[in-house]
Design a binder for this molecule. Structure first.
Ligand SMILES: C[S@@+](CC[C@H](N)C(=O)[O-])C[C@H]1O[C@@H](n2cnc3c(N)ncnc32)[C@H](O)[C@@H]1O
Length: 334
C-alpha cells in the first residue's frame, strides 16, 4: 500500500473499528471481563452471543488495544478496555453509546447534506438537539451522563487551575448536571453556586447535588439563556455551551450574560480552542459533531472566540489549559 492510500484506508478502517467498538459496548464485553480474564465461550454465554462471531469481535478489539489474549481465545482487559466498563472512574462507555444513538447517527450519516445546504439535516428532522432531548428521556439521560463523563476532567482542571478565591457566586449557565460547578464549590468552601439550565435537566442536577451534599450552597434555576440569566453576579460559567451555537446565537447568549453580570464580573468559557493550522486536533474532529448536529454551531479558534466576545461587549482577558483538549477562556467587560 502506498503512503497516500494508507491515509484513506486508515479513515475507512476507522468506521469498521468504530462499528466493532459499538458492538463490544452494546454486548458489554468489557463489563464481563471486569473481574478477570474469560474465554470467548464464557463471554459469549454471559452476553448471549454466538461464540464464533464473538471470537472475531474480540480479536479486532484486542488488535485495537482494548484486550490482551492471556491464552489463545482467553482475554483480559487492558487499561483502555477498562474505560469501557460502566461506572469506573473516567469511563468512556457513554461516549460510545451516545455516538451510536439513532438520532445522533442521523447527523453523522447526513453530513454531506448538511454541508450542501449549510443547514443541519439533523435539525430539519429532529429540531434543535436540546428540544429533542426534552422529548426523549432515555436519550436525554445517556446524553447528560456522557456530558458528565466528558466534563469531569475539565471540572477538575477548572478547580485546580483557575483562582476563584475572589468570586462570591459562580453561575453555571447550561450547567447540565453541574460537575464543573460542583468541583469549583468543593475547591472553594466560601463559594456559592447557581446552576441554570432547561427544566428537563434540573431533576438530574438536583439529585446529583443532593448526593454530593452540596445542595445547601446551590440554587437551581430553570430558564432560557437567550431570554435572561440570573442578574448581578460576579462570575458566569458557560461550559461547552457556546460551541453549540452559530455566531449570531452565541453572541446573543453572551450579550444576555454581559447585561446581567456586574461591571467587575467575569465570564468563563470552557471550550476547545482549535489551532489555525492543518495539524490533527480533537477540536477539528468534534467540530464534525457540531456541524452535523447544530449546523453552524462550531469549535472555534482563539481569534473567533475573541471576535464573539467583542461583539457581546466583552474582552478576552486570559486562557488556561484544561484536560481533554479544553481551554478556560476568561473574559471581562470591554
Ligand atoms: C453541551 S451541554 C453542556 C453541559 C455542561 N455545561 C458541561 O460542560 O458538561 C449544553 C447544556 O446547555 C443547556 N441548554 C441548551 N439550551 C439552553 C437554553 N436555551 N437555556 C439554558 N440552557 C440551555 C442544555 O440543556 C445542556 O445542559
Amino acid at each position: 500500500m502506498t503512503a497516500a492510500s494508507e491515509v484513506v484506508w486508515d479513515l475507512v478502517r476507522g468506521a469498521w473499528r468504530f462499528a466493532a467498538l459499538s458492538a463490544l459496548v452494546e454486548l458489554d464485553c468489557p463489563g464481563h471481563l471486569e473481574d478477570g480474564p474469560l474465554t470467548v465461550e464464557e463471554i459469549a454465554e454471559r452476553c448471549g452471543a454466538h461464540a464464533p462471531s464473538l471470537a472475531r469481535l474480540m480479536r479486532v478489539g484486542a488488535s485495537c488495544g482494548l484486550f490482551t489474549a492471556v491464552d489463545p481465545g482467553r482475554y483480559a482487559l487492558t487499561d483502555a478496555g477498562r474505560l469501557l466498563v460502566d461506572g469506573v472512574p473516567g469511563s468512556l462507555r457513554r461516549a460510545v453509546l451516545v455516538n451510536t444513538a439513532p438520532a445522533l447517527s442521523y447527523a453523522t450519516s447526513n453530513l454531506a447534506a448538511t454541508v450542501r445546504e449549510g443547514r443541519s439535516a439533523f435539525i430539519e428532522k429532529y429540531g434543535v438537539l436540546y428540544d429533542h432531548l426534552a422529548t426523549d428521556p432515555d436519550l436525554s439521560h445517556v446524553f447528560n451522563e456522557y456530558m458528565t463523563d466528558r466534563a469531569l476532567p475539565m471540572a477538575q482542571g477548572v478547580a485546580e487551575r483557575y483562582d476563584l478565591s475572589s468570586v462570591k457566586t459562580l453561575v453555571d449557565l447550561g450547567g447540565g448536571r453541574g460537575h464543573i460547578l460542583a468541583a469549583a464549590l468543593r475547591a472553594n468552601p466560601h463559594l456559592r453556586g447557581v446552576l441554570f439550565d432547561l427544566g428537563h435537566v434540573l431533576p438530574d442536577a438536583r439529585a446529583a447535588f443532593d448526593e454530593w451534599g452540596l445542595s445547601e450552597r446551590v440554587e437551581l434555576v430553570e430558564g432560557d439563556f437567550f431570554a435572561s440569566v440570573p442578574p448581578g453576579h460576579d462570575a458566569y460559567l458557560l461550559g461547552s455551551v457556546i460551541h453549540n451555537w452559530d455566531d449570531e446565537d452565541a453572541t446573543r447568549i453572551l450579550r444576555v450574560v454581559r447585561e446581567a453580570m456586574s461591571d467587575d464580573g467575569r465570564v468563563l468559557l470552557v471550550e476547545i480552542v482549535v489551532p489555525d493550522d492543518d495539524s490533527p486536533h480533537y477540536g477539528k474532529d468534534l467540530d464534525m459533531r457540531m456541524l452535523g448536529l447544530f449546523g453552524q454551531g462550531r469549535e472555534r479558534s482563539r481569534s473567533e472566540h475573541d471576535a464573539l466576545l467583542r461583539a457581546a461587549g466583552l474582552r478576552l482577558a486570559g486562557t488556561y489549559d484544561l484536560p481533554v483538549h479544553a481551554t478556560l477562556i476568561e473574559a471581562v467587560p470591554a
